[in-house]
Write a protein that binds this ligand. Structure first.
Ligand SMILES: [Zn+2]
Length: 340
């Protein structure tokens, strides 16, 4: 089944390849929840689909791929949607998430969301670095990373805004879960991201090792290959796509469900300098979007820096990403084939 965007309006495509016989296992893959990350996500999905031609799935397995869940962000090369919402902070399991206070974020909000046009020069670069260093010294890198990245629900123009209500995408995801995913005994969810972590490395990023079912992830990818959100250098989020799907499938449909994010690192954000540079590019892009920049060149430069952070142009980076993506896919398929 295929839904195609004929009118070049903003739309989400998906492809469903049902199991040939009993509906045992479904692999559900999502890309582009963070708009601009959809370029890599789309390439990975394409490769996996082409791979199925040479190496078909066992008859009890099906695949559902959602392509470019955030079309506005995709076409405008932003992470957020048309309401400045970070969709991966918006898939609330409980509506109380939307009134959640993020006090750490509030402390550095002025720094994260400057309300003036961008001016790119040596001084502005150094002063960003100094100010970031001052906050890291005051609050520690871990606190700052968690405070910024976990999302916030109070500043609609700001970075990592999780929204004040569910966005349209949720209705689509609910429909797909109910119509197709829930017809399988077990579902494995993969959400493809770029940007966070060691450059050139695919991180298997799961919510929490405290989840009793995390043992399955270790069986699939290897004991030490999964990064859990509560570990040093990582962060926990709420309102993310994977947790939402797992919760619905397990609790509303009583299915066995596992899943995680495939996160392709680009800027060594696990290191202090990489983390500051990642944050600088996030701040600049949002600032340019809201307040423009002093010159056209700065505008182009900021957009280029942002694109490189989520869609690196380096051919070696790209081939390494696709190579690791294939290994990850093979591991998932091998595991579920073995327990059919
Ligand atoms: Zn992402």
């Amino acid at each position: 089944m295929f839904s195609k965007n004929q009118n070049h309006e903003l739309a989400v495509d998906y492809v469903y390849l049902p199991a040939g016989s009993t509906h045992k296992t479904l692999v559900l893959v999502n890309s582009g929840i963070h708009g601009i990350e959809g370029f890599v996500g789309s390439a990975v999905q394409r490769q996996w689909l082409l791979h199925l031609k040479e190496s078909p799935l066992p008859p009890e397995m099906g695949v559902l791929m959602i392509h470019g869940l955030n079309p506005f962000g995709f076409i405008n090369q932003r992470r957020v949607n048309e309401n400045n919402v970070d969709l991966n902070r918006n898939f609330a399991i409980k509506p109380s998430l939307f009134s959640k206070q993020n006090l750490e974020y509030k402390k550095i909000e002025r720094f994260l969301n400057p309300k003036r046009p961008v001016k790119l020069n040596f001084i502005s670069e150094v002063s960003f670095l100094f100010e970031a260093a001052r906050y890291i010294f005051q609050y520690s890198l871990g606190t700052m990373r968690q405070g910024v990245l976990q999302g916030q629900y109070s500043s609609p123009e700001g970075l990592y805004f999780g929204g004040d209500r569910a966005q349209n995408q949720r209705a689509l995801v609910d429909l797909l879960l109910q119509e197709w995913a829930a017809t399988y005994e077990r579902i494995f969810v993969i959400d493809i991201h770029t940007g966070y972590g060691q450059r050139g490395k695919l991180h298997y990023l799961a919510a929490s090792s405290a989840d009793p079912e995390s043992i399955v992830l270790k069986k699939i990818f290897g004991e030490n290959s999964v990064d859990f959100g509560q570990q040093k250098d990582f962060y926990l989020v709420e309102g993310d796509f994977v947790a939402y799907c797992l919760n619905r499938l397990r609790n509303d449909f009583r299915r066995s469900a596992q899943g995680l994010a495939f996160e392709f690192g680009t800027l060594d954000s696990q290191k202090t300098l990489g983390s500051i540079e990642s944050l600088r590019r996030m701040v600049l892009e949002n600032q340019v979007w809201n307040y423009r920049s002093d010159t056209q060149q700065d505008d182009v430069k900021v957009r280029g820096l942002f694109r490189e952070m989520f869609y690196p142009s380096d051919p070696e980076w790209r081939s390494a990403a696709l190579r690791q993506a294939q290994q990850g896919w093979d591991q998932v398929i091998r595991y579920y084939s073995s327990i059919q």
